[in-house]
Write a protein that binds this ligand. Structure first.
Ligand SMILES: O=C(O)CCC(=O)C(=O)O
Length: 289
């Protein structure tokens, strides 16, 4: 029997599925989330994007080229409609396989990806999500990303670099030279020869991936949107790290600066305080995170 270190046997994934995740750093499962939940999330997104729903702590992100286009809303864990997704029992049963029984939702978003406004800004450059997270261990963090609408190459599906969670440590990231949206940092020096796998999905299908997996999403060259809802979950016994002087310092400073501009928070607030405020216990008991 193989030594499996990234998953545990909770009876929810087969051995073959666990081995696939351990080797490749991602796993796609069909029909995890019912369409009714996705329809309600999609409608709620339109409420935030149009300003009909009071945004509160939610961040509304706009396309850098066409500011009318809302391409993402972030920090939506407090919203009862979106919580139907983030706290979905079947979803959390699967998450338990990756992070164990005590689960904190640490980062939440609904990504809209409208048809490209002409500059290529709908592309999300290749990156590792761990770059954004000031806590460890990486192996106890997992992303879930669920298609709300059909996702294919044409409307800018995710693409992944299988096995990169094992072959790459956390890489330096930064803004690429071409046009990208705010906070869309990417890895600067990737080999040209990567065999990207396109993750084409139907509504309700969900991909789970490791935070060191190198991934991005293509430009939307279709005339339709590509909506998806996503959450990162971590074991509640993960611990915060000091990012000062590391490849993560720049992005943590950016997160903190944005929060200080938006909210009346004291000068000594740290990026860790912001992450604590943004996260929410969804199963089991809270500890260090
Ligand atoms: O949904 C997308 O287009 C990209 C999402 C992604 O890679 C991320 O937010 O880390």
């Amino acid at each position: 029997m193989q030594n499996l270190t990234l998953t545990r046997d909770t009876g929810r994934l087969s051995l073959a599925q666990r081995i696939f995740y351990e080797r490749n750093g991602f796993l796609v499962l069909p029909r995890v989330i019912p369409h009714g939940i996705l329809d309600r999330c999609s409608e709620r997104f339109e409420g935030y994007a149009s300003g009909r729903v009071e945004k509160g702590i939610t961040t509304i992100m706009r396309d850098i080229t066409d500011r009318k286009l809302v391409n993402k809303i972030q920090d939506i864990l407090h919203d009862d409609v979106f919580r139907e997704y983030f706290e979905n029992k079947e979803l959390l049963d699967i998450i338990e396989t990756f992070v164990g029984p005590n689960i904190i939702a640490v980062h939440s978003m609904l990504i809209n990806k409208p048809p490209d406004a002409g500059s290529g800004s709908s592309r999300h450059p290749p990156h590792q999500d761990l770059y954004y997270f000031p806590f460890r261990p990486a192996d106890k963090i997992v992303a879930s990303w669920t298609a709300i609408e059909k996702c294919n190459r044409e409307n800018g599906c995710l693409h992944v670099y299988p096995g990169s969670h094992r072959s790459y440590d956390l890489q330096p990231h930064g803004y690429p030279k071409d046009v990208v949206n705010k906070m869309y940092h990417g890895i600067q020096n990737l080999p040209e020869s990567i065999n990207w796998i396109d993750v084409e999905m139907e509504p309700g299908d969900t991909v789970f991936f490791h935070p060191l997996l190198i991934h991005g999403s293509w430009k939307n060259v279709s005339t339709r949107t590509r909506k998806a809802i996503s959450c990162h979950y971590a074991a509640s016994d993960c611990t915060y790290i000091d990012t000062k002087g590391t490849v993560q310092q720049e992005i943590q400073d950016e997160v903190l600066a944005v929060a200080k501009r938006r909210f009346p928070i004291s000068e000594d607030t740290t990026a860790t305080d912001i992450w604590k405020l943004k996260s929410s216990l969804v199963r089991g008991v809270r500890s260090s995170l």
